[in-house]
Design a protein around this ligand. Structure first.
Ligand SMILES: [Zn+2]
Length: 321
């Protein structure tokens, strides 16, 4: 079962989280494989998408935020778009759209950024957005300070967190066809560290020691071992304090938030002419959710309704009401 566990080190300004997605991840892959138009994800794409999901869960854990975290890549290579989403209740979903041939063994740079125009962003979309409020967005660079492209997602996100939050971070990510997993270890913000006593130098040394242990975790170990076994193997000499693991309906799980109403809204934004065109061509407008594969069909009567329902017309300006 998929599981997330947060942990702290007694007396040290270091926090962490480990996630292991099994059923939640294979459900994403199974639904894609069942789509006869796309077929299954090529191995390197599945690996990237699984790592994006694991990273999204870990990052959501450490932002105090009631909403959806969206990690998104827009690429100039075979991966045109890849999206991973995790909400505050740890419900998650992911999708990627591809173009052309995916080379075997392709890494992040080859998949998303071969021409140097790839983009990666983290969006925090609040559950209830106040009027006019924009979601927060941070841009994740796909190249390091030396201009060389990052070859792994973990390297890019580590660099981002160091830069944007000024928090030293160590991230290990891995995914295959049955598991997507990640380990994050982070120096805590200074206000928290102040309460724990000890000098800044001690704190830095403690973080370095724990980060070195975390970075020694191999991708294979991360994929094969249960979270408790990973933590024991790495930190058995540390005073580790683990929170209760979250699993089942409290833990990370696949859920799609698509609905017929949302798809209707999308058709509405396409415009009546475009949708009527689809109807003429095929007799009905058929839309499949790219996250879960659910098919939504709209016939001529449905379409007429979409464009006559309240809300389908532009609002009347106040002076004309
Ligand atoms: Zn869906």
């Amino acid at each position: 079962m998929s599981e997330l566990q947060r942990f702290l080190f007694d007396g040290l300004p270091v926090r962490g989280a480990i996630v292991r997605l099994t059923d939640a991840w294979t459900e994403v892959l199974r639904r894609r494989a069942a789509n006869t138009e796309t077929g299954a994800y090529p191995v390197p794409v599945a690996q990237l998408l699984g790592e994006m999901l694991a990273a999204s869960v870990l990052m959501h854990t450490h932002v105090k935020f009631d909403g959806t975290l969206i990690l998104q890549m827009a690429g100039d290579g075979p991966v045109r778009l890849a999206v991973a989403q995790v909400d505050a209740g740890l419900r998650l979903r992911a999708t990627a759209s591809l173009s052309g041939v995916v080379p075997a063994g392709a890494d992040l740079a080859m998949l998303v950024n071969p021409g140097g125009k790839g983009r990666c962003a983290i969006t925090l979309d609040p559950q209830t957005r106040q009027q006019g409020q924009q979601p927060y967005q941070g841009i994740v660079g796909l190249t390091g300070d030396d201009g060389a492209p990052f070859h792994t997602l973990a390297a890019g996100l580590q660099h981002y967190m160091q830069r944007s939050e000024q928090l030293a971070t160590t991230l290990v990510l891995a995914a295959d066809e049955s598991v997507a997993a990640g380990l994050l270890v982070q120096r805590m913000p200074l206000s928290g560290a102040g309460n724990l006593g000890g000098s800044a130098q001690d704190a830095a040394q403690s973080y370095e020691r724990i980060a070195t242990l975390a970075a020694s975790l191999s991708r294979q170990e991360l994929l094969e071992l249960q979270p408790s076994a990973v933590l024991h193997r790495l930190f058995w000499q540390e005073r580790l304090m683990g929170f209760a693991p979250l699993s089942g309906d409290q833990g990370p799980r696949f859920t799609c938030t698509c609905s017929r109403e949302r798809v209707a809204g999308m058709l509405r934004s396409l415009g009546q002419e475009e949708v009527q065109g689809l109807l003429r061509e095929r007799g009905e407008a058929e839309v499949a959710c790219e996250y879960c594969g659910q098919q939504y069909r709209f016939d001529a009567v449905d379409v007429r309704q979409i464009f006559t329902e309240p809300g389908s017309q532009p609002p009347v300006p106040p002076h004309m009401q």
